[in-house]
Design a protein around this ligand. Structure first.
Ligand code: HEC
Ligand code: HEC
Length: 349
């Protein structure tokens, strides 16, 4: 089953858990006969008790369906298990244990009945932790339609895809076709079915990359020995296009505050040093360069929303893109783009 189905199952999983817990806390407000005897019969309306039971059964069914798929996948993962995957797995197992305990109490050990609400709450908490570790990334992998209704976004994808040197890698690519909906949907299928065979979605969507970076990554991944069906060249191209389409979403969620040391980049250093020299540039060429390079990971609107700034401030921002986000720009390009931005989006006189 693909990440798409699992995403919906995951969402249903949380919703069921939430409803069951809310219903439970209401049902337990009814007294028991005889009073306060955990073995007694609750005076809560039977219809709602049955609904709670049905929610529980649906939840358990989804749990089993997900576990049957996830457990074998853990063995196929080729990367070291990151801490979040370990927490994810521990939560999943804990839920299983709690579910079994709950069933055992209801069937055989009614005298422990008073602990049922806390077990229910425990299951709910584990569900929340479990799903916040995975569902947001699955959802992020699916934000396609929103982007494609926007013609500017369509154009961004085409421009960015045209900047990949496909021919050098011996691949014939029709950029308009690859940026089309059919190819993008194929790309999404590859991402949600094949790319998650050896690691999780978060590994893939942790940060945006420039188009060429995505393409090189995908080719490298396709060369890895795999148990499943290999990723064909057509699929490699499609998934690259899809990752390009997805990059603005990924960029949005990359936290602006990044900890850790800044990567010292030669290009960034040199661009800083060259900063004080005057720049001669052709307006039309500079515009094309800016549109091509700065739309790789986010929309140009993002850049424009930053406001009006001097050439110096623009250069610092572009250098930041290189140092923190691994944009690939030569010093000369940094200067031209900063000068162009200062000319078009400079401080108002
Ligand atoms: C056959 C197993 C396998 C498949 C299929 C696979 N990967 Fe990977 N991936 C790996 C391994 C192993 C690593 C860690 C070592 C490395 O980086 O090469 C990795 C690492 C990564 C990384 C982090 C490395 C980095 O440079 O940031 C990303 C991103 C990634 N994969 C994306 C993808 C994408 C996109 C696909 C689908 C086109 C994919 N993977 C399919 C095995 C796989
Ligand atoms: C490799 C990906 C990548 C490329 C290429 C890239 N950016 Fe960014 N950009 C990001 C990421 C990630 C963020 C959000 C985090 C941050 O601000 O560092 C961002 C944010 C921004 C912001 C918003 C900052 C704010 O405070 O709101 C501006 C402005 C910006 N980029 C300008 C540019 C310009 C100009 C270029 C072209 C030279 C460019 N970017 C190219 C990845 C990229």
């Amino acid at each position: 089953m693909s990440t798409t189905v699992n995403m919906w199952l995951g969402i249903a999983f949380v919703v069921l858990a939430l409803l069951a817990v809310l219903l439970q806390s209401w049902l337990w407000s009814y007294p028991m006969v005889p009073p306060d005897d955990p073995r007694g019969r609750s005076l809560a309306p039977a219809r709602w008790v049955n609904l709670h039971r049905a929610l529980g059964v649906a939840y358990a069914v989804i749990y089993v369906v997900l576990m049957v798929q996830m457990v074998p996948r853990l063995w196929l993962y080729q990367v070291e298990l990151p801490a979040r995957t370990v927490v994810h797995a521990v939560m999943a197992i804990t839920i299983g244990v709690l579910l079994l305990t709950k069933v055992a109490i209801i069937r055989f050990f009614r005298h422990f009945g008073k602990s049922l609400p806390s077990i229910g709450l425990g299951i709910f908490l584990c569900t929340i932790i479990l799903t916040t570790l995975s569902v947001p990334f699955a959802i992020r992998a699916h934000t396609l339609e929103r982007n494609l209704t926007d013609p500017a976004e369509r154009k961004r994808i085409e421009t960015v895809l045209a900047s990949i040197p496909w021919k050098e890698d011996g691949v014939e690519v029709d950029v308009t076709k690859v940026a089309g909906i059919d190819s993008l949907l194929l790309g999404r299928r590859v991402l949600t079915e094949k790319c998650v065979a050896c690691h999780d979605m978060r590994t893939i969507l942790a940060r945006p990359r420039a188009a060429r970076g995505w393409w090189e990554l995908v080719v490298r991944m396709a060369e890895k020995p795999s148990f499943g069906r290999p990723i064909t060249v057509e699929e490699q191209v499609a998934v690259t296009a899809y990752l390009v389409a997805l990059s603005p979403e990924i960029q949005e969620s990359v936290s602006r505050k990044r900890s850790g040391e800044k990567r010292q980049d030669d290009n960034a250093e040199e661009a800083k040093r060259l900063g004080d020299l005057p720049v001669v540039f052709d307006m039309a060429e500079a515009k094309a360069l800016y549109e091509k390079e700065c739309s790789q990971c986010h929309k140009l609107a993002k850049v424009e929303a930053w406001g009006r700034h001097t050439a110096d401030e623009w250069r610092q921002m572009v250098v930041q893109m290189i140092e923190e986000n691994e944009a690939e720009l030569r010093p000369e390009q940094v200067r031209v783009i900063s000068a162009y931005l200062a000319a078009t989006r400079g401080p108002t006189p």
